[in-house]
Design a protein around this ligand. Structure first.
Ligand code: 8YV
Length: 308
């Protein structure tokens, strides 16, 4: 008989990663697990929760390997308390996510996907005119959270001739303009791009006050986590024309998108595709495997997250 599996799969992993995990480690799904006590490593996908309940179900667990750079689905504090280490997939998805962030910023300013809808509706053919939009050059792009993806987004914004402002917990050694609060950043921004991690420290960081500071000519982009934006406040600000529009790749309760947003022409809605290219997802999968290998071989993770 084969030795019992030491690796388990939690949540929705992509088919190629499932196959790799089965081939290499004979890793079952949590539901199909015979000997939970033998499991040392849990590979978590699709933002599936990994909290006290999952840790209780796997008494021998020593490492949680998360597919995704964001790990707000993992209870890192509880893991640390139990001596369980956690890894994520940084760096390999930075460009892909920053591409979507800048795409949404440019799209909102230039109305491109709205213009596509305009053509498809037959309006252009009937002789209607699409309204004028706004230059990207000279616009202020405000980056909320100047980490890896925030920095890559700021560099892209500069390449478009936009002016970059930012807010982070502390000022960084960069030439861009720092603001000491999200509201101050929003007040200075034409497009506010949310790029903070999700989780407790950032929950509803973008609230009514921040949206009102952004103002009737300001746009919001969120490619981080739905939890960072107060979604009800956002819908309210859009419905009362207190902000100009929003580009959203993430939502509070995915895949549920607030009904009130679906019919609006001033919003661009994406199904959480920031990292969703073949190359990037494969690279993320490779980082996951490297972490599992390194942990099983020498008890170390390649890309550990700092315990909170
Ligand atoms: C993933 C993401 O789609 O990396 C992240 O934090 O949000 C995306 O790349 C997500 O983690 C679900 O697997």
């Amino acid at each position: 008989a084969n030795p019992p599996a030491r690796v388990v799969q939690l949540g929705g992993l992509m088919p190629f990663l499932r196959e790799w995990l089965v081939e290499r480690y004979d890793a079952p799904q949590l539901a199909d697990l015979d000997e939970p006590a033998e499991i040392e490593v849990a590979v978590v996908g699709g933002g599936a929760p990994a909290g006290a309940a999952e840790m209780d179900a796997l008494p021998g667990l020593r490492a949680i390997v998360n597919f995704g750079v964001g790990y707000d689905n993992v209870d890192v504090t509880e893991a640390a308390r139990r001596g369980i280490v956690v890894s994520n997939t940084p760096d390999v998805l930075t460009d892909a996510v920053a591409d979507v962030a800048i795409f949404l910023a440019v799209d909102l300013l230039r109305g491109l996907t709205a213009a596509d809808r305009f053509v498809r509706s037959g309006a252009w053919g009937r002789g209607e005119r699409f309204p004028l939009t706004r230059d990207v050059r000279g616009a202020v792009v405000g980056v909320l959270g100047l980490g890896r993806i925030g920095t890559a987004t700021a560099e892209r914004a500069e390449a478009f001739g936009a002016e970059v402002h930012y807010h982070s917990r502390s000022p960084k050694d960069v030439a861009w303009t720092y603001h000491d609060s999200p509201a101050a950043l929003a007040a200075a921004s034409d497009v506010l791009v949310v790029l903070t991690p999700g989780g407790e420290g950032t929950e509803r960081l973008v609230d009514t006050a921040v949206l009102d500071a952004l103002g009737p000519d300001g746009y919001l982009v969120n490619v981080a986590r739905g939890s960072v934006v107060d979604e009800e406040a956002l819908v309210d600000a859009l419905e009362s024309d207190r902000i100009a529009g929003a580009g959203l790749d993430v939502f509070s309760d995915e895949p549920h998108v607030p009904e009130a947003l679906l019919g609006r022409d001033d919003v661009v809605l994406l199904p959480h595709v920031g990292s969703a290219t073949t190359q990037t997802r494969e690279a993320m999968g490779r980082v996951v495997l490297d972490n599992v290998d390194a942990f099983l071989e020498r008890g170390e993770l390649v890309t550990p997250v700092a315990p909170s």
